[in-house]
Design a protein around this ligand. Structure first.
Ligand SMILES: [Zn+2]
Length: 315
């Protein structure tokens, strides 16, 4: 995985130099070739959303292996052209956090979420760097355009049993930080539904708690809805084998619904497998409207309002 600077990518792709603010090139110098990872043509370009919406979870700092980086300004411009006018950039490791802090200063379309990812917490602990990393997140979370702590949570898929205790401690730390700062909490939950809900119950969830890339079924969705959490759906909801996810989507009240890309991952059908970006989110929005049997403008208005309720105004 490599990363781009929030202004524009430098020619070097080494993670250290590409994140330095001084490494930016002028937008006019953007390369015109490549981006082999993004779809060649997306129908959404001819068919923008009728009402502007928010991509409430995107990783602009992450470029998938083998991809050309998409400049942040261009990622924003492409998204805006299809009605995705505002983004929540998620920086969930120290480099991603540094990227996020710069992006929120430069781009009014972006607000930030910062945290230490549940898979990074055990690694940082093993390296003796966890408490210094917590200090960094704590200190930067006071920035006016940091609007969420996230993504934090539990990942029992990538982290083995030996990392679970420290991961749970990390989740508790982030829950507490979100509450201390009065910020939303974006939760990463992979194969850990029961423990995520239990720890939120034990700690007391922040007032605005978002299950990012919701991956449970209808029963889990109801548990979250009853607790007042927001459920954010990603491109996974468009996958042909995602029946239980669509059942979950159908039981969420409109006022607790959010939409995201989690780009560069989780690219919606019909571009599954390609690289994701915020401009592809209309596929997900339209699929969600179809599942719920509602018109697209109504859904767009709802997810836009919900996003502002959770993260505050962009300007
Ligand atoms: Zn993510």
């Amino acid at each position: 995985m490599s990363s781009a600077s929030p202004g524009s990518p430098g020619p070097s792709r080494s993670p250290a130099s590409s994140r330095s603010p001084g490494s930016s090139r002028s937008p006019g110098a953007a390369r015109s070739s490549g981006r082999r990872g993004l779809p060649e043509h997306a129908d959404v370009l001819d068919n923008p959303l009728p009402v502007d919406v928010v991509d409430n979870h995107v990783h602009l700092d992450i470029t998938r292996e083998g991809d050309e980086p998409l400049e942040v300004a261009e990622a924003i411009a492409r998204a805006r052209a299809v009605g995705v006018t505002r983004l929540v950039q998620v920086g969930c490791n120290l480099d991603g956090i540094a990227f996020t802090m710069e992006a929120i200063e430069r781009h009014p379309e972006i607000v930030g979420a910062i945290a230490l990812h549940p898979n990074d917490v055990p690694r940082l602990a093993a390296a003796g760097r966890l408490s210094a990393a917590y200090d960094t997140v704590d200190r930067l979370s006071v920035h006016e355009r940091v609007r969420a702590i996230g993504e934090s949570g539990l990942d029992y898929y990538r982290t083995g049993p030996e990392g679970i205790d420290i991961q749970q401690d990390g989740f508790r730390w982030h829950i507490d930080l979100a509450k201390r700062r009065g910020l939303a909490l974006q939760i990463h939950d992979r194969d850990a539904h029961d423990d995520v809900l239990r720890i939120l119950d034990e700690e007391g969830a922040p007032a605005r708690t978002v299950l990012h890339c919701f991956s449970g079924g209808a029963a889990m969705a109801r548990e979250c809805v009853d607790r007042g959490y927001y459920l954010s759906f990603a491109g996974t909801v468009t996958f042909t084998n995602a029946r239980s996810l669509r059942e979950a989507l159908a039981v969420v009240p409109l006022e607790q619904l959010l939409v995201e890309t989690d780009a560069p991952y989780l690219t919606p059908h019909p571009h599954r497998g390609a690289t994701n970006a915020s401009f592809l989110m209309p596929y997900t929005v339209r699929a969600m409207a179809a599942v719920r049997g509602m018109d697209v403008p109504t859904l767009c208005r709802a997810v836009a309002e919900n996003s502002e309720r959770v993260y505050g105004p962009w300007s």
